[in-house]
Design a protein around this ligand. Structure first.
Ligand code: AMP
Ligand code: FES
Ligand code: ZN
Length: 296
């Protein structure tokens, strides 16, 4: 690992990932061993590695898999569900599964086709659906915190995108831990300091079966382009990706002295249909999209 000037054998690498995760959890005060933790698991390497590590460290975890109905050549969603179920069974862990087609009548490609404002990119619809379901399940079942497998490459790519377009509101909210506010459960990213290569190495060395294919809709996306740019920089200067993200976290308090007031979230009201928080009175974006009244 050039970025850490560190070389480890299999056993010590697996231990190192667990130790570093525990350090991140404590450093960013994400959750404790007493909290019930809902892990959003996609069947990919990051979230399966995260679930495995949290389980090994003795945290109280339950998984949540959302079947988005994405097919592609490899039957992407069903294949990733199967791998997630396999992992849960092998480790005797509980897994909640939400199938959006059976629950809300449509899958992601169908939602993206039939949006009122015309066709919306599947990834935007998908992000909205995932955020909504994750918060809904976590709140309904009374979990203390929702965790996702976002890694350093994900966080650095989002940061890069927000910087080049100066999305100040998004920059203000990007953090390893987002505290609870008005119906929104706290969210944590315990893997935010791990390079994608490190989580990939973890699943291979820990013998965890995961979905290797990327979502067919992600091909050519801005996030993937940003990741490639940052990888080129990393290749020239080892450690630059980590420095970019960590120095941003350090600079945040200076950049946003009003952070503690958290003005944006405080403006939230309750959606009249689902009861989840939304910025404007009436239905939230999710309820407007699925037009729940049609389903009743
Ligand atoms: P992505 O938004 O695909 O980059 O995924 C980021 C994180 O969101 C993953 O590491 C998971 O924790 C979570 N996630 C993504 N897709 C799903 C899914 N279908 N079901 C549950 N969690 C998911
Ligand atoms: Fe959501 Fe690809 S995983 S569009
Ligand atoms: Zn709603």
């Amino acid at each position: 690992m050039r970025q850490h000037k560190l070389a480890l054998c299999k056993q010590h690498f697996l231990e190192w990932v667990c130790d570093q995760t525990e350090r991140n959890i404590n450093k960013y005060k994400l959750f404790t061993k007493e909290d019930s933790v809902l892990v959003a698991v996609s069947g990919g390497k990051d979230s399966l590695a995260l679930w495995d590590v949290l389980n090994k460290l003795g945290y109280k975890t339950t998984g949540l898999y959302i079947n988005l109905g994405i097919t592609g050549e490899d039957n992407y969603s069903n294949k990733s569900q199967l791998l997630t179920e396999k992992f849960a069974l092998k480790n005797e862990l509980t897994l909640h599964i939400v199938n959006i087609k059976s629950e809300y009548g449509k899958n992601i490609p169908e939602f993206s086709e039939t949006n009122k404002r015309g066709k919306t990119k599947p990834c935007s619809v998908c992000g909205l659906v995932k955020r909504h379901i994750m918060n809904e399940i976590a709140s309904k079942l009374d979990y203390a915190v929702l965790v996702t497998g976002h890694n350093l490459d994900d966080e650095a790519a989002v940061l890069f995108n927000n910087v080049i377009s100066w999305q100040v509101d998004f920059l203000r909210r990007q953090a390893p831990f987002i505290p609870a506010k008005k119906g929104l459960l706290p969210k944590a990213k315990p893997f935010c300091r791990f390079y994608e290569r490190e989580t990939a190495a973890y699943v291979i060395l820990a013998n965890i079966e995961y979905i290797e294919e990327e979502c067919p809709f992600s091909i050519g996306s801005t996030t993937i382009q940003n990741k490639q740019l940052l990888n080129e920089l990393e290749h020239e200067r080892a450690g630059s990706k980590l420095a970019f993200y960590l120095k941003f976290l350090k600079a945040k308090n200076e950049l946003f002295p009003d952070l503690k007031e958290n003005k944006y979230v405080d403006k939230l009201v309750v959606c009249q249909t689902c009861g989840q928080p939304t910025p404007k009175p009436g239905d939230c974006t999710f309820c407007r999209m699925i037009n729940r009244s049609d389903l009743k």
